[in-house]
Ligand binder design. Structure first.
Ligand code: DOR
Ligand code: ZN
Length: 356
């Protein structure tokens, strides 16, 4: 049988994206807008996006930074803190521009220092979210320094996530950027209100890529890459056709100087090649026919948003990833820098829905 050399998909969305701000935003937003129709934009700026007014202002900055003519729609999120009130959730929902709230356990990752210290104290906020159908997006790692970094997601699932699902049935939850078999199993067996995003890097690499034969700071992210057995479980979940797994790149650019450092920060920039890398992975798994569900249908269905009217074409035309991009006053090293990627994506038809 001949290999498939071209497919067309409903235009995809990115359900987990870091766009940063200022000159960094201007440097990266076009990479996402090139292919994706919409993206759930993470609120971990400095200071974090904790109010609806801040989210609306950030949305305007994103729109202003888009390439001319782009129809890309940023879907905004709020950063939950110990001070978030149910009234703020109501304002967020009423704005029509905020589509979810992000839970960072305090200190779990980049710019998470103002995150939540005790999730149970947020119960009224979570109840307001449940009542409004506002999804809770979770960075699912415990921050207890006694817990091994490779175990932090699995421990979070047992200590926090299972009790949360039991206490707040009906709350829509996305476990973001899952990295373990435990997370994939939890979602598969969980209620239909529980979903997960999966990144290209966690599908492509295990921890050897980060640490064997030399440390590779540009493959350092959080949650950290795991054992091969977990990568295989993620690949199985992503390509299974289960509608609770969908595309979220977690593209998270950092300046070269902050990555190549004695204490390098977490985050991988992959927006320039995300759909193409997913296509390679689905092709290798013999599941190209399931890419559209993962990339373009499961996400909007979970969020209760219309699927995109636009379409993208993916075709085999190998290209080499740029070695670095300009990024504010520094450089940005992209995922797969200097490597060949087999698939190329282009928009065949772009169109948008008015958001509800
Ligand atoms: O690797 C990561 N980078 N993980 C996160 O959770 C945050 C992100 C960032 O903002 O850089
Ligand atoms: Zn993220």
């Amino acid at each position: 049988m001949n290999a498939t050399t071209q497919i067309e998909l409903i235009q995809p969305d990115d359900w987990h994206l870091h766009l940063r701000d200022g000159p960094q935003l201007a440097a990266v937003v076009g990479s996402s807008a090139r292919i994706f129709a919409r993206a759930i934009v993470m609120p971990n700026l400095r200071p974090p996006v904790t109010t609806t007014d801040q989210a609306l202002a950030y949305r305007e900055r994103i729109l202003a930074a888009l390439p001319a003519g782009s129809l890309f729609q940023p879907l905004m999120t709020l950063y939950l803190t110990d001070q978030t009130s149910p009234a703020e959730i109501e304002r967020a929902k009423a704005s029509g521009a905020v589509f979810a709230c992000k839970l960072y356990p305090a200190g779990a990752t980049t710019h998470a220092d103002q995150g939540v210290t005790d999730i149970w104290r947020l119960q009224p906020v979570l109840e307001a979210m449940r009542a409004l159908g506002m999804p809770l997006l979770i960075h699912g790692e415990v921050v207890d320094p006694r817990v091994d970094i490779f175990d932090r997601e699995a421990v979070f699932i047992e200590q926090v996530l299972r009790p949360l699902i039991d206490r707040l049935p009906g709350l829509r939850i996305v476990l973001e950027h899952i990295t373990t078999a435990e997370a994939a199993n939890l979602v598969r067996a969980g209620p239909e209100t529980l979903a997960a995003t999966i990144t290209p890097h966690h599908l492509l690499y295990n921890r050897n890529a980060l640490l064997a034969g030399g440390i590779r700071p540009h493959l350092y992210c959080l949650p950290v890459l795991k054992h091969e057995r977990h990568r295989l479980a993620l690949l199985e979940a992503a390509t299974s056709g289960d509608p609770r797994f969908f595309l979220g790149t977690d593209s998270a650019p950092h300046p070269l100087r902050a990555k190549e450092s004695a204490c390098g920060c977490a985050g991988i920039f992959n927006a320039h090649a995300a759909l193409e890398v997913y296509a390679e992975l689905f092709e290798q798994a013999g599941a190209l026919d399931r890419l559209e569900g993962f990339a373009s249908r499961h996400g909007p269905d979970f969020y209760g948003l219309p699927r995109n009217p636009g379409r993208v074409r993916l075709f085999q035309d190998p290209w080499t990833v740029t070695l670095s991009y300009a990024f504010g006053d520094d450089r940005l090293i992209p995922f797969r820098a200097g490597e060949l990627i087999r698939w190329r994506a282009e928009l065949v038809q772009s169109d948008t829905h008015d958001l509800p």
